[in-house]
Write a protein that binds this ligand. Sequence first.
Ligand code: NAD
Ligand code: DAU
Length: 344
Amino acid sequence: MRKLLITGGAGFIGSNFTRYMLEKYSDYQLVIFDKLTYAGNLDNLKDVEAQYGDRYAFVRGDIADPAAVDAVMQAHEVDTIVNFAAETHVDRSLMEPDAFIRTDVYGTYVLLEAANKYGVERYHQVSTDEVYGEIPAGHSSLETDPLHARSPYSASKAGGDLLCLAYYTSFDTPVTLTRGSNNIGPYQYPEKVVPLFVTNAIDDEPLPLYGDGRQMRDYQYVLDHCEGIDVVLHRGKVGEVYNLGTGVETENIVMAHAILDLLDKPYSLLRHVTDRPGHDRRYSLNVDKIRALGWESRHSFDEAIAQTVRWYVDNQWWWRKIKSGDYKEYYKKWYGQRLAGAGS
Ligand code: NAD
Ligand code: DAU
């Protein structure tokens, strides 16, 4: 494993993973292949380019474009593909599902075909705990559990997962998959709840909490997720799926209070708004299988949220640019009515 194609590497987790891998493995070369959708941002990689220019390359391209994928595989003699590229926001998948099917399902198929054609050592699919659907109290999802995806986002990710496993069974494609819980940390697009709430709170804007705010998520620090993917790439078994999270769930309202406390802002900024349709109430992962590979989450929720809040306070140059652009249209469309009819 020397030449890695990191698809979606200009996004949140992909850019953190790129930085992590270049720092850790001094003989690895990374090629970032990214379409630069609204969520892709070269600012996320600015420092990486400056520091690792000789071992880092960026190619703009679409994973759903077979010719572009073929060209990058050939030009860079790629031996490993790590697929982060996806449409990733549940709310946007409710508004415009088309791109989700195209990238998360068809794009995965295109990459798997390239993996076979070029005989890669490994194809790793970065997937999500959302494919298991809403999890009842008392259960934590096992890798062998059936998939019960309930949003266009999670259904398209589940489609990608099933294709990967089918390619392993049918063609011996050397796939591994991780199903991660909610990541938080630097460079997360501020449509996702934590950067949205932190940046709104900094500006004394309301925090739109869906429904009663008692939904539960396993919020993990992004670098723990990156380390888990690294462990699976090097020690994971081909054809296997690994859940990847802390194994600890936090209610959204508790997460929101933690942010407000860290910023010394009043709870009156919280607004209970109309819920996300089909909102999964709880996710919960059993992470015994990845722990057996020697991986352990390094950050508690309190540490992860404190470091995350600090980063957005210190890096306003990064998110203020984003929030002043097309983002405003999206925000108005999704939250306009919700906030107008909200209760605190
Ligand atoms: P993100 O939205 O921040 O970034 C996605 C990146 O993919 C962007 O750079 C975008 O430009 C790129 N992209 C989108 N469509 C593309 C296409 N057709 N071709 C090439 N590039 C394309 O996403 P993220 O939060 O960093 O998530 C990365 C991966 O991790 C996704 O596969 C997601 O499903 C998975 N995941 C995310 C989380 C989370 O909490 N954020 C948790 C578990 C799994
Ligand atoms: O679980 C992993 C998934 O985590 C990833 O696969 C997705 O790519 C990622 O977007 C994330 O999905 P969620 O839907 O859980 O994340 P989001 O940040 O959108 O929402 C987290 C929780 O916060 C969820 O219960 C909905 C709630 N929420 C979200 C927003 C945007 C609010 O209460 N208000 C909001 O404005």
